[in-house]
Design a protein around this ligand. Structure first.
Ligand code: NAD
Ligand code: ADE
Length: 424
């Protein structure tokens, strides 16, 4: 950590990158009109006055726009990244230069990662904001002395919501949490279109390979996987899906994809991308049967989907070919390329989701923090969903900012939908 820029309130790679960060944040801000509207109103009403927010979420240009909105709403905040490889150092530098408390840099060790989270806790938060639940699990474990001061928390991603529901089911959750991920205006857009585009972006930046004509295996046909499959097919790849749930598997069949177990797909794929949130999707026996030149990456939250320990054990040598791309030489001469150390390739090797889609995800985050500030004290220690009203309102605003209008039901149509006597 000696080579970092440290201040009273920040630990970043190089504060000299702040000017570059400012331009990136400008770019994102201009593409996040829904959040801008919420911020404008909050500047007047200060719904987060008196709150102290600890955030643990990828430090990107879009996150900087969320951070600005949180401060504008009256809160103080302190931030860490939620992945050792996802911090955009220019953005972290800009945040620090603007006086925000931020502890995050690209390429940190696991130890540094938790050190940064702990720095944000020193700030004694009243609200926590997570992407993956590492901060909140810390507040419920090693750093439990901070839990009593917290009114509520939010969670950004599918894997984090799974962890929180498990905590709630075990009776271990000490304050209410809102599952931002599960909002329609988040899960059906960010995870699908955001992950679809940015994952392909990450793969292309790390490899520059032609996707057209390649066999592209996607593990998991949920929200993220279906987005990745859609975009890979759009680039001309032949897409194979692996699944464990018959419903998404059937949906993939009906979408025209080939569906098969990973043991079979492993022999056929040129490119593999895991998107399951589950561990050990690609393991030793799969590496043994892969083609020479196979490219393997992950876009699920944690780096547990590809078993790198198996890959390292099998390889006779490893070399870095280019940024985020390592070649593993197998005993029989085959080469397997691992991208971004098995961490989410869209954030490690590219810039994460485009601003336009983060606009809705972060509008949900912002409104959830406001709800917790207002009602958290009277909410139970459980995982709450976003309300349908919030989803509908955000979708309406997003459509409006995109220049689209839609029809409304007429009074006659409203009466018709409630009238069971009308038939043929
Ligand atoms: P989801 O629940 O919609 O889909 C996951 C799918 O994986 C399910 O259909 C499930 O049946 C399938 N699956 C589970 N185990 C499997 C196995 N062993 N083999 C094959 N398929 C399996 O979840 P999601 O919203 O798509 O999220 C997936 C992961 O991506 C999570 O870890 C989530 O946190 C993460 N995520 C990443 C980004 C990103 O920016 N890269 C964005 C959003 C979510
Ligand atoms: N998750 C996926 N893309 C992201 C982005 N651009 N910013 C913050 N979190 C993200």
């Amino acid at each position: 950590m000696d080579d970092l820029d440290k201040g009273q309130n920040h630990t970043v790679r190089d504060i000299g990158l702040a000017d570059k960060g400012a331009l990136l944040v400008d770019w994102a801000r201009a593409r996040m009109p829904v959040l801008a509207k919420l911020k404008e109103e909050a500047e007047r009403t200060k719904p987060l006055a008196g709150m102290r927010v600890a955030g643990c979420l990828h430090v990107t240009k879009e996150t900087a726009v969320l951070i600005e909105a949180i401060r504008a709403a009256g809160a103080e905040l302190s931030w860490s990244g939620c992945n050792p490889l996802s911090t955009q150092d220019e953005v972290a530098a800009w945040l620090a230069s603007e006086g925000y408390s931020v502890h995050a840099w690209h390429g940190q060790s696991t130890e540094d990662f938790y050190w940064c989270i702990d720095k944000t806790l020193e700030f004694k938060p009243t609200l926590t904001l997570d992407d993956g639940a590492d901060l909140i699990v810390r507040v419920h474990g090693e750093k439990s002395e901070y839990a009593a001061g917290v009114i509520g928390g939010t969670e950004e991603t599918t894997t984090g919501v799974h962890r929180l529901r498990a905590m709630a089911a075990a009776g271990d959750l000490r304050y209410p949490v809102i599952a931002v991920n599960d909002a329609v205006t988040k899960w059906d857009f960010d995870n699908v279109y955001g992950t679809g585009q940015s994952t392909l972006d990450g793969i292309m930046r790390a490899t520059s390979v032609l996707l057209s004509g390649k066999t592209f295996v996607v593990a998991g046909f949920g929200h993220c996987g279906s987005g990745v499959a859609m975009r890979a097919r759009g680039m001309g790849a032949n897409v194979i899906i692996t699944e464990v749930d018959p419903l998404p598997a059937l949906r993939a069949v009906m979408e025209g994809y080939r569906v098969m177990p990973m043991d079979e797909a492993a022999k056929l794929g040129d490119i593999f991308c895991t998107a399951t949130g589950m561990e050990d999707i690609i393991v030793g026996r799969h590496f043994e049967s892969m083609k020479d030149g196979a490219i393997v990456c992950n876009t699920g939250h944690y780096d547990c989907e590809i078993n790198i320990t198996d890959l390292e054990a099998q390889a006779t040598s490893v070399r870095t070919i280019r940024q985020d791309n390592e070649e593993f030489l197998m005993p029989d001469g085959r080469r397997i390329f691992l991208l971004a150390r098995g961490r989410l390739v869209n954030l490690a090797a590219a810039e994460g989701h485009p601003s336009e889609v983060m606009d809705m995800s972060f509008a949900n985050q912002f409104l959830s923090l406001c709800r917790l500030a207002a009602e958290g004290d009277s909410m139970g220690k459980q995982v709450y969903d976003i309300t349908t009203e919030q989803d509908q309102a955000l979708a309406t605003t997003k459509l409006d900012t995109l220049g689209f209008s839609i029809d409304s039901l007429t009074d006659e149509q409203i009466a018709y939908q409630d009238d069971y006597t009308v038939g043929t």
